[in-house]
Ligand binder design. Structure first.
Ligand code: 13P
Length: 257
């Protein structure tokens, strides 16, 4: 019912040459994405080269951020219109590295989500609790506040274009993942919040898991009923490992749980 979506979030990695070499390699492995949606979110500077390299491949592009204005005196910022101009279909918003490293509030994320919708960019909205919040048993409360705040301005007609990403902050880049069962519980809760907000459309909104996803653990996570793909950081930098995750392959032959 929901097409799984696998997104490579390269963060601040890969210049133009490396990004292009990755695209050529992935195209050879993937041929045509079949039954999954595959998206690459490179640094802004590699978007143009990737737009050319990925033409006709079925692999989509995402921005890693935007500024919620169409244009203007905002030195150093990138508008949703520019992301569209360079071929992006998606944009990652509210990533924990932006919330915690750059002080972005859910209110600011909500403006960005709205700007993305207004420019027909599909937002990938990230939520997740810190280790401290996790250990204090505050996961549900934190996620609920982030979801309500970040999605406050989504126009109803854009609801089905949304993608959510549950990324526990303690799992990002640490090698620790939420167990498939624990992640499923949070995903089911997110879907309930989406149902309150958007009604039946909630069943068509994809919710990805992110945080140390690798070929060895991706399969068990994505086999959960409410986990509709993965937002992959470190393991997306190598085409072979990203491809293995796409194919739900288990490199070690054994899914970790
Ligand atoms: P890692 O896969 O490196 O843990 O990063 C996850 C992430 O932040 C993706 O957005």
């Amino acid at each position: 019912m929901r097409t799984p979506i696998l997104v490579a979030n390269w963060k601040m990695h890969k210049g133009v040459r490396e990004a292009t070499a990755f695209a050529e390699d992935l195209k050879l492995r993937l041929q045509a994405p079949d039954g999954v949606e595959v998206v690459i979110a490179p640094p802004f500077t590699a978007l143009g080269a990737l737009q050319r390299a990925l033409q006709g491949s079925g692999i989509e592009l995402a921005g890693q951020n935007l500024y919620p204005e169409a244009e203007g005196a905002f030195t150093g910022e990138i508008s949703p219109a520019f992301l569209r101009d360079v071929g992006c279909r998606y944009v990652i918003l509210g990533h924990s590295e932006r919330r915690h490293g750059f002080g972005e509030s859910s209110e600011f994320v909500a403006r960005k989500v709205r700007a993305a919708c207004d420019h027909e960019l599909r937002p990938i909205v990230c939520v997740g609790e810190t280790l401290e919040e996790h250990e204090a048993g505050r996961t549900a409360e934190v996620i609920e506040a982030q979801i309500r705040g970040s999605l406050a301005q989504v126009p109803p007609e854009a609801s089905e274009t949304l993608v959510l990403a549950y990324e526990p902050v303690w799992a990002i880049g640490t090698g620790r993942t939420a167990s498939p069962g624990d992640a499923q519980k949070v995903h089911a809760m997110i879907r309930e919040l989406l149902r309150e907000r958007f009604g039946a459309a909630a069943d068509r909104i994809r919710i990805q898991y992110g945080g140390s996803v690798k070929p060895e653990n991706g399969y068990a996570l994505m086999a959960q009923p409410d986990i509709d793909g993965a937002l992959v950081g470190g393991a997306s930098l190598d085409p072979a490992s990203f491809f293995a995750i796409i194919r739900f392959e288990r490199a070690s032959g054994e899914a970790s749980t």
